[in-house]
Design a protein around this ligand. Structure first.
Ligand code: AMP
Length: 540
């Protein structure tokens, strides 16, 4: 038999196992990432059977981190980061300081040296970018203000970790009881800040012009393949360049590359093109975390592991308190704090450095890894608990209760329009005056004249507030056919005789929507083609 290359082995076995266990997890109503982590444990070095190359998997996982951060940058407006600077800058600094102090305290109880406690505490204070982004994306929170605060907090943690990574080697001697050379320390600090500033400067002055120009040029060649390649090489190239030339983390580099493009007309397309690769590599990230985990630590040091996990949870608690202190609403603070209550890639990098400098033991790293896996597994559970609490009638009444159920409309004989975008706006214009109109829209409607309910129409309470049983028409004018299918199905149940017209972009979507109860489905692309033909056939 051929000797299989380690790279192919990881891609085949790693992704294959992640697929099988992820599907299994889904069937058991668990988040698929539980399956990905387990897949890592199965193909990792601490369990019998096939063992994948850990180093290689970690490198592949890095590609996932780059593409994820690039995607975040694409949707990120610097204005938003600045808008919350009063929260995220002091918040992230204070939270990291408190948890590091707690880590030092815990290490005293365990009889560890101070230096180990310090690195240990720092490791437990930084959330995993990948997990936060997944949590926000799954819940469609990226564009909301709580999503922006969580990302801002994350970016701030990123910057602080870079500083720690740079400062740790020169102060290692001091921590180990030796002398510290202030000159060396000051020089390291100066160089780090200098490089960060230089990188930001280069990106803002040169990157801002060159990157969109390259993409525009490629977009005009009309080759989709070249455009895809351009997006990938820019994202990976800037991240790599940032790491090599400026000592900036690859995650931060990729984030910058994306941010430069944000707001340009091509950003949406760039995001779409990098999506499939991003998802595949993000899965490998979770697999790689699973691979590092030695399940023996659970049996041998359950107490220490539980305390480590306790500290990670405490980090979430501290974050929550700080957010309240800075005036963030309670429900938003819960979401942000939970999304940040776990640890991942940066903690491992820091722990590795600590071990390399002789500041930390391998045993402590095993605890960090164990706590990382458990905290990532616990994350969706925390979200579910918070959602349940929000929904519970016994939940403490707070002045800023979660989004209340939307007020039901009093309209009858009205048209309900789902989606007020390019399509929905035209429909609304056409209807105005002929019958009452109610718009259901996730984003802002911006026209006070139009009665609307803000929220996802696929949610029961939003649709229930639209009084469909007394409506004359339902227009489902959103581009996502899967979600539209759910809306159509629920609406059909609420009113069996309601004329429902829905929007689609593929033949398969037409069938899907019809089978869910739509009376008519308009396929956008077909209508465009017909209108174009119509133009050609009419005498000029
Ligand atoms: P367009 O593709 O430009 O017609 O925009 C579609 C519009 O539908 C956007 O304004 C979205 O915010 C909105 N939208 C998409 N999905 C939903 C949903 N499930 N519920 C309410 N509005 C939605």
């Amino acid at each position: 038999m051929h000797e299989m290359s380690p790279l192919i082995a990881i891609l085949v076995v790693g992704l294959g196992m992640a697929f099988i266990l992820g599907t299994l997890a889904q069937r058991l109503k668990l988040p698929p990432l539980v399956g990905y982590l387990l897949a890592g444990v199965v193909i990792g070095p601490f369990t019998p059977g096939f063992i994948a190359d850990t180093h290689l998997t970690l490198q592949l996982a890095d590609v996932g981190v780059i593409l994820l951060m690039f995607g975040v940058g694409l949707h990120f407006k610097p204005r938003d980061l600045l808008e919350f600077k009063g929260i995220v800058i002091p918040g992230a600094i204070l939270q990291m300081a408190v948890i590091t102090t707690l880590g030092v305290g815990a290490s005293m109880v365990l009889g560890w040296p101070l230096a180990q406690g310090l690195v240990f505490g720092l490791c437990l204070s930084i959330a995993s970018t990948v997990v936060v982004l997944r949590a926000l994306q799954d819940r469609r929170l990226m564009e909301t203000s709580r999503g922006q605060i969580a990302i801002g907090w994350l970016v701030m943690q990123d910057v602080l970790v870079i500083l720690v990574l740079v400062l740790l080697p020169p102060i290692a001697a001091l921590l180990k009881g030796g002398d510290i050379n202030m000159m060396v320390l000051a020089k390291s600090l100066g160089i780090t800040f200098g490089k960060l500033a230089l990188f930001a400067g280069v990106m803002l002055v040169i990157g801002r012009r060159v990157i969109p120009a390259v993409l525009h040029y490629i977009a005009h060649t009309g080759s989709r393949e070249l455009f895809r390649l351009a997006v990938l090489s820019l994202a990976l190239g800037v991240a790599f360049g940032a790491a090599m030339l400026f000592g900036v983390s690859i995650a931060l580099g990729a984030f910058f590359a994306g941010m430069i493009l944000a707001g340009s007309q091509l950003s949406q397309r760039a995001a779409e093109e990098s999506l499939p690769l991003r998802d595949a590599f993000a899965v490998l990230f979770f697999v790689s975390v699973g691979m590092l985990f030695n399940p023996r630590v659970v049996l041998e040091e359950p107490l220490a592991l539980a305390s480590t996990l306790g500290l990670v949870l405490a980090a979430g608690g501290v974050c929550y308190r700080l957010l309240l202190l800075f005036g963030v609403k309670r429900t938003n603070a819960v979401t942000i704090a939970i999304s940040l209550t776990q640890i991942g890639e940066f903690s491992f990098i820091l722990a590795d450095l600590g071990i390399g400098l002789g500041l930390m033991s391998e045993g402590a790293r095993d605890l960090i890894l164990g706590a990382s896996i458990l905290s990532i597994l616990l994350n969706p559970v925390l979200f579910a608990l918070a959602a349940k609490r929000e929904a519970s009638p016994n939940a403490a009444p707070a002045p800023d209760r979660p989004r209340p159920a939307p007020e039901p409309t009093t309209l009858t004989g009205h048209a309900v329009l789902v989606g007020y975008g390019r399509v929905g706006k035209l429909i609304a214009d056409g209807i105005k005056g002929s019958m009452p109109l109610l718009v259901l829209e996730e984003g802002a409607v911006g026209d006070p004249e139009i009665e609307h309910i803000r929220g996802n129409a696929a949610k029961d309470d939003v649709l229930a507030a639209a009084n469909l049983s007394a409506a004359r028409f339902l227009f489902v004018a959103i581009p996502e056919a899967f979600e539209a299918g759910q809306i159509v199905q629920q609406a059909r149940r609420a009113n069996p005789n309601l004329p429902i017209v829905a929007r689609a972009h593929f033949d398969a979507e037409v069938d899907h929507l019809l089978s869910h109860g739509a009376s008519k489905v308009v396929m956008g692309e077909r209508e465009i083609a017909l209108a174009m033909l119509d133009f050609a056939q009419k005498p000029a």
